[in-house]
Design a binder for this molecule. Structure first.
Ligand SMILES: *[C@@H]1O[C@H](CO)[C@@H](O)[C@H](O)[C@H]1NC(C)=O
Ligand SMILES: *[C@@H]1O[C@H](CO)[C@@H](O)[C@H](O)[C@H]1NC(C)=O
Length: 420
């Protein structure tokens, strides 16, 4: 087994893999998997002892290529790692068990792509263990200046899941990410549960979990307390369930936050975000519930993300902002089927009690009301038109307007017709 730095590295490959034969294969494919990142050999040359995660990548590669289900264990201890990719496709399901503490390096120049540890193109993944991923964000939050600096570098997310399907992630802690804690993109059928996601209240953009372009994701039974949203939902998310989450401090849930992530792919055409259910306890949360299709979009054009079939059910707790629920739908692609049920959010400040703010350009109800008004308007228009024609006809028939009633009717009908 490889010994790196002070730490013993135990990579356990289940089902009788001979590690050394695999490491040889692994080394070649590992380079492939890191092809667009700063290569590990470079960083190792600079600081040989600070990247012991290398051996886990080798073990991963070996297991991934082995053809049988394999498990990589990161044992008790503290490890330091720069940007790391665990990449598939693998020939069989993979498990990674994290027992120790993995700390991110804080030299941002190493992060050529904005993520720290990423899992890519994997079908069948289990990530578990009571270990911790520590993004060490406190050292770099001050560089989060994209609001004011156009040439800013995007800070890396802690754990990125890209094109991962059929996975179960549980039990670990994600601490002080530099940017998002978990970032889920183009994934399907993943269950995240029993996680502890923690960062200070004031840390910027440390969202608990940001999900986009994914189907059938469940986030359950976890603590999420960060400086930004507990759960933020971008474009193209379907069949998302978020339940039994204790959220706070930080922000709450946001849906439709297109443009929240600097690299989020541009939407051409309308992307649907739908079938989403939330069931959460909020604890001292700022903006507990937000649907904002205008969030962060740099252009003045409204969002092209159509939000439909979103259910906020049984959401209880406390809000530190007076507007506890803010629903602001796009005028271009109005939201549909947004349900708020059993919402009990108390405002903890002194300015009054919690508010619900709805800016919904065209709710079904409004559309109906609008249509009825239009019908009424048309009805009266044609009624007056008829009366005027009729009374003019009457008046001219009885020359010099002998019938007082007809004269008056014709006069007032003309006035009303002009008015309408
Ligand atoms: C979550 O992790 C943080 C940091 O390790 C710890 O302080 C906190 O107690 C944990 N919370 C829970 C509920 O386990
Ligand atoms: C969402 O789930 C339903 C029911 O399981 C399924 O029919 C539908 O295809 C899913 N949506 C997408 C976009 O896969």
């Amino acid at each position: 087994m490889a010994i790196t730095g002070r730490f013993e590295v135990k990579a356990i490959l289940v089902l009788g893999l001979t590690l050394f034969s695999c490491v040889a294969n692994g080394a070649a494919s590992q380079r492939r998997s890191l092809i667009d990142r700063r290569s590990l050999t470079d960083t190792n040359a600079a600081a040989p002892s600070s990247h012991p995660l290398e051996s886990f990548i080798k073990a991963w590669r070996a297991g991934c290529d082995s053809g049988s289900p394999a498990k990589v264990v990161i044992p008790q201890g503290t490890f330091v790692a720069g940007p790391t990719v665990f990449q598939g496709p693998c020939k069989a399901p993979m498990t990674m068990e994290v027992q120790g503490v993995v700390k991110a390096t804080t030299d941002l120049s190493q992060y050529t792509s904005p993520e720290w540890i990423s899992f890519e193109i994997i079908d069948g993944l289990t990530l578990n263990g009571k270990g911790t991923f520590d993004g060490q964000g406190a050292a770099v939050w001050k560089y989060n200046d994209c609001d004011t600096n156009k040439n800013c570098a995007n800070l890396p997310d802690s754990l990125k899941f890209h094109r991962v399907n059929n996975a179960d992630m549980s039990d670990f802690t994600s601490l002080n990410s530099k940017y998002f804690h978990l970032h889920v993109v183009k994934c399907g059928n993943i269950r995240f549960h029993h996680m502890n996601i923690t960062a200070p209240d004031e840390s910027p953009n440390t969202d608990g979990i940001h999900i986009s372009n994914s189907n059938a994701i469940t986030v359950a039974s976890s603590f999420i307390g960060t400086g930004d949203d507990c759960v933020s939902v971008g474009q193209g998310v379907t069949n998302l369930t978020v339940k039994e989450i204790i959220c706070g401090p930080g922000h709450g849930i946001s849906v439709g936050s297109l443009g929240k992530y600097p690299n989020e792919e541009d939407v051409s055409g309308i992307v649907v975000t739908s079938s989403i259910v939330f069931h959460i306890i909020m604890d001292q949360v700022k903006n507990p519930i937000i649907i904002d299709q205008n969030y962060g979009s740099k252009s003045t054009e409204p969002s092209r993300v159509k939000i439909s079939d979103v259910h906020f059910r049984n959401i209880k707790g406390t809000s530190t902002s007076i507007v506890a629920v803010n629903v602001e739908c796009s005028s271009a692609v109005p939201c549909e089927g947004v349900e708020l049920q059993d919402i009990d959010l108390a405002y903890t400040g002194s300015k009054g009690s919690a508010l619900l703010r709805l800016r919904v350009p065209m709710l079904k109800l409004q559309q109906a009301a609008h249509r009825i008004l239009e019908l009424v308007h048309n009805f009266f228009f044609w009624l007056f038109f008829f009366l005027v024609t009729f009374s003019i006809f009457w008046a001219t028939k009885n020359r010099r307007c002998q019938h007082k009633l007809a004269c008056r009717a014709s006069f007032w009908c003309t006035v009303l017709l002009i008015a309408t």
